[in-house]
Design a binder for this molecule. Structure first.
Ligand SMILES: [Fe+2]
Length: 252
């Protein structure tokens, strides 16, 4: 990544203008500096290069305001959880920024900075994306599934009631994520636990439940079952239906 060594009189805003990058992108690329408002001569500023398409910053999705007034979730619980999501976004950008400054020739499967960062990258990317799906499928009216999702659930689980029992039980069995996903290979819906011992391959996540303790501990302590009750009461089936409609095969 191109660098600029700060000279007397340089400011972060002037440098953004000079190198034709946005202030926010320049700030994100230089999060290693404690105070971007007070640059010192000799400081090294990284100039994000988005022109070649190999490095782009992840932008966070704003929190939906209706999540702050859900019955069963305190605003503080949601705010603290959202902060964790933002950390995953920021760490993804930080990791990619550091990867750009490494020598690829020093990569090693036994130990290398590149290997450590590559393993961290897939972890932060998975988590920021799953959190976005989780927050997106919250804030609705709950209740039984609707529309095409209901039809698919009845087709694959026999009844909505059976699916819900299975989904809740899957939630209590997980330590990380619970996903109702569409499997492109067998053409059916399944409720999965994803605790980082595996990956979703050719599976489209349609409904995402976060069962990390940070998702509910402020409101429910260790009572995960009550948290899952609250999640189901605030589920937004329209978001789930939207994802189903966007599948490549898109059943009519
Ligand atoms: Fe979370």
């Amino acid at each position: 990544m191109p660098k600029h060594v700060v000279r007397s009189g340089d400011t972060i805003k002037n440098l953004a203008k000079k190198y034709n990058v946005s202030f926010s992108n320049l700030s994100l690329a230089n999060s290693h500096l404690k105070n971007l408002e007070q640059l010192n001569p000799g400081d090294v500023i990284y100039i994000p290069d988005t022109a070649d398409g190999t490095y782009s910053l992840v932008k966070s999705t704003p929190l939906k305001m209706q999540l702050m007034s859900m019955i069963g979730f305190s605003p503080r619980q949601i705010q603290e959880h959202y902060k964790i999501y933002l950390t995953y976004v920021n760490k993804t950008n930080e990791i990619r920024h550091q990867l750009r400054s490494l020598e690829q020739s020093e990569s090693s499967s036994i130990f290398s900075q590149l290997g450590t960062l590559k393993n961290a990258e897939i972890y932060t990317v998975s988590n920021y994306k799953l959190h976005e799906l989780y927050f997106e499928n919250l804030g609705g009216k709950g209740g039984p599934a609707t529309g095409s999702v209901l039809e698919a659930i009845v087709r694959d689980f026999g009844s909505y009631e059976y699916w819900e029992k299975d989904f809740r039980a899957t939630g209590l069995a997980g330590r990380g994520w619970v996903i109702m996903g569409y499997d492109y290979d067998d053409g059916h819906l399944h409720n999965y636990v994803l605790d980082y011992q595996g990956m979703l391959l050719r599976i489209e996540p349609l409904l995402v439940l976060d069962v990390h303790e940070h998702a509910y501990f402020l409101d429910y302590g260790t009572n995960c079952a009550s948290y899952i009750d609250a999640f189901c009461r605030n589920l937004d089936w329209s978001a789930v239906n939207g994802r189903l409609a966007n599948l490549k095969f898109a059943e009519k």
